[in-house]
Structure formats: C-alpha cells, structure tokens
Design a protein around this ligand. Structure first.
Ligand SMILES: NC(=O)c1ccc[n+]([C@@H]2O[C@H](COP(=O)([O-])OP(=O)(O)OC[C@H]3O[C@@H](n4cnc5c(N)ncnc54)[C@H](OP(=O)(O)O)[C@@H]3O)[C@@H](O)[C@H]2O)c1
Length: 242
C-alpha cells in the first residue's frame, strides 16, 4: 500500500456528483486535491474550501488550457479522469455532428489530454495512478441520446490500456472504473419515480450506488499497486440482467 499523504490528485469535473466525492475521499487520505471544473465556479470553490483543496477552472477539451493547468498546478501524482458533458444538456439547435464533436472533445479528448500531460511528470517521478471513469454505457447498446456518450466511454477503455502499457516500466498504473447508476443529486432530481423504479428493476442489488461508495472504489484502485490495464465494473450486478 502506498502513502497518499501530500500526493497531488487532479479530479476532472470535481465540483459535483461523483467527482466531488472522489475529491473528498482523496483529501481524507491527506492528498492535495485539485478540483477541476469548467463552468460552475461556486460549486467547485465550495468543495475546494471544505477539503482545503484548490478549485481550478479549465475546459479539458481545450489543449492550451490543459497545458496551462498542468503548468500551474505542477506534477500530478494521481489523475482521475471523471469530467463529462451531461448527455441531457444538448442544445435544441445543436447538429448531430456538432454534438458528437462536443461529447468526444470533453469525454474522450479531454481525458487523453489530461492523461498525456500527467504522464510526462509521472514518468520522471516513476510513480503515477490514472483512473478513468467510464460507464455501463460502454457495454450496453446505446439509445439515440447516449450514442456518442457510449462510444466515448468505450474508447476510454482503449485509452486506459494504452497508458497502462506505456506506463508500466515507470511504475504508472492506469485502470478504468465503470459504474452503473450512481445516485448523484443531479440523477435524483432528473429521474421521475417511475424512471427510477425502471432503473432499479435492472439492478439485482436493487439500488444505485452512492457517490461515496464509488469514490471509495476509485481510491481502492489507486491503492492497489499491482492492478493495471483493468476495467473494474461496479454496477450492482446489472451485467447479470443485460
Ligand atoms: N451519474 C451516473 O449515474 C453515472 C453512471 C455511470 C458513470 N458515470 C460517470 O461518472 C462520472 C461523473 O458523473 P456525474 O454524474 O457525477 O457527472 P456530472 O454531475 O454531470 O458532473 C460532471 C462534472 O464535469 C465537469 N465538466 C463538464 N464539462 C467539463 C469540461 N469541459 N472541462 C472540465 N470539467 C467539465 C462539471 O463541472 P462544470 O459544470 O463546472 O463544468 C462537473 O463537475 C462521469 O464520467 C460519468 O460519465 C455517471
């Protein structure tokens, strides 16, 4: 087991939902946590203040901005690629192609860029952890809304294995955590009781995961040095109903 005290953790999309819980978990282990976000400064500042971390605004789809973020925050020991475009936030005038590009830019290119910049310093320090947050949607046949989202999540698995391969000789591990339903505040306000019931029917354990239990799994992945190139599925048994 590694000592996490003082390690720098970058959590993309750390301002709410799962990202916020991940920030809190690593902070509780004594890490210096960078709470990345793109739009909601108040939420990110609040989380950062409560965990004595640093809120950092950066659109991870913007290569120059990502480069500047890494130069500002210094070497990152642990990267949690968590940020995503909300698949329900597509504007009504956005074309199919533009939406595809937007989803890929944040959910996949952003994860790649953060991985690439983090990787260079991890190599020099001969230690690093990358955890990429994927989804059950990487496997299950997508509906129209989730097509680009699912494709990006699936591609993230290849991205993670690539970093695992490149990083192994330097003591850098890279893994995917693929959750099923997570009971974030956003999900709880979005789903009607009927929709929630339908979701639960597909989960043998009969519930969604709490943000803190998924964050705990993220932490355990980071704290398992011999684990690399893997995909950890955390879905309450939903695979058995697929
Ligand atoms: N919720 C679920 O049921 C569920 C299930 C399976 C997998 N997941 C995965 O778990 C992760 C977290 O999900 P969540 O539900 O907690 O997400 P969420 O509530 O939609 O939060 C997304 C986060 O990403 C940030 N973000 C969005 N665009 C960004 C950009 N361009 N650059 C930097 N940050 C950006 C948001 O901050 P701003 O608003 O400030 O931009 C926010 O902090 C995602 O990867 C998601 O795919 C979620």
């Amino acid at each position: 087991m590694d000592d996490f005290q003082g390690k720098t953790v970058l959590v993309t999309g750390g301002s709410r939902g799962l990202g916020e819980a991940v920030c809190r978990r690593f902070a509780s282990a004594g890490c210096r946590v960078i709470v990345n976000y793109a739009h909601g400064a108040d939420a990110a500042e609040k989380v950062a203040k409560e965990i004595s971390g640093i809120a950092y605004s950066c659109d991870i789809a913007d290569e120059k901005a990502v480069e500047k973020m890494f130069s500002d925050i210094g070497p990152v020991d642990i990267l949690v690629n968590n940020a995503r475009i909300d698949p329900y936030k597509r504007g009504k005038d956005t074309s199919d192609g533009d939406w595809w590009d937007a989803v890929m830019s944040v959910n996949l290119k952003g994860a790649y860029l953060c991985g690439k910049f983090a990787f260079e310093d991890m190599k020099k320090r001969r230690w690093g952890r990358m955890i990429h947050i994927s989804s059950l949607w990487a496997y299950q046949p997508a509906n129209e809304r989730m097509l680009s989202y699912a494709a990006a999540k699936s591609a993230m698995h290849a991205l993670s294995r690539g970093f695992a391969n490149l990083g192994a000789e330097y003591g850098i591990t890279s893994n995917v955590l693929a959750p099923g339903l997570i009971m974030t505040d956003l999900i709880m306000t979005r789903l009607t009781p009927e929709q929630l019931e339908k979701e639960m029917a597909g989960i043998p354990l009969g519930r969604g995961a709490s943000t803190s239990e998924v964050a705990e799994a993220v932490f355990k992945v980071a704290d398992t040095p011999f684990l690399t190139g893997e995909i950890i599925n955390l879905n309450g048994g939903a695979f058995m109903r697929a």
